[in-house]
Design a protein around this ligand. Structure first.
Ligand SMILES: C[S@@+](CC[C@H](N)C(=O)[O-])C[C@H]1O[C@@H](n2cnc3c(N)ncnc32)[C@H](O)[C@@H]1O
Length: 201
């Protein structure tokens, strides 16, 4: 395993304090996700792993969907996690790098990567760790509130540590998921939504 710290940690640490004030207002983000609730199909009693939770903009909404279940929310940026924790959301927040460490063992019903997957420097390790965390039949959701072309162009434009961060081409997903013990169920990639659903074999 590469011992060099991922430069994205410092990148996101630096943004954490003003994350909620820049870009789309968090309430609007949550309202847009809420309109997708049926498609996401989260259920009361489930355990959800939110990967790359940032300041927890979506975490309280996830908690509401699965109560009396629970949400475990991880991010490798300590400053992002500190912002999220300060909100008092009843979720288990943890500093963890999904590319580097186990994030659970067959205990998760749904793993959600919301606006985070392109930043995972080692997709294969991330997918393997997520697959291990999922219960058999558990679901992986990778979601963005815009299409892949816009995301990839946005990161190129931002530059710095995230300049090359992009979503894989549609044709790559089946192989990537398969190598991690996951199966592609559906993939939507349109201007206002990227939503991939996979399931653990
Ligand atoms: C674009 S931000 C999105 C944050 C949040 N989901 C939101 O929508 O506001 C991506 C987040 O993923 C986190 N991240 C990137 N790579 C990660 C990794 N390997 N493990 C855990 N978190 C990671 C970053 O620290 C950052 O907070």
């Amino acid at each position: 395993m590469d011992a060099t710290p991922d430069p994205r940690i410092a990148f996101f640490d630096k943004l954490a304090e003003r994350w909620d004030q820049e870009g789309q207002p968090p309430a609007e983000t949550v309202a847009r996700v809420d309109r997708l609730a049926e498609q996401l199909a989260l259920e009361p009693g489930q355990t959800v792993l939110e990967v790359g939770c940032g300041t927890g903009q979506l975490t309280a909404w996830l908690v509401e969907q699965v109560l009396p279940g629970r949400v475990v929310a991880i991010d490798f940026s300590p400053a992002m996690v500190a912002q999220a924790r300060a909100k008092g959301i009843p979720a288990g927040f943890r500093v963890a790098d999904v590319c580097r460490e186990a994030v659970g063992a067959e205990c998760i019903d749904v793993a959600l990567c919301f606006h985070s997957f392109p930043h995972f420097r080692n997709r294969q390790s991330a997918l393997k760790n997520l697959a291990q965390a999922l219960k058999p039949g558990g679901r992986l959701l990778i979601m963005h509130l815009c299409g892949s072309a816009a995301i990839n162009a946005f990161h190129a434009d931002v530059g710095g540590a995230v300049a090359g961060d992009h979503l894989p081409d549609a044709a790559e997903w089946p192989r990537l998921l398969d190598a991690a013990g996951l199966r592609l169920v559906s993939l939507v990639d349109r201007d206002d939504l990227f939503l991939l659903e996979g399931t653990r074999n």
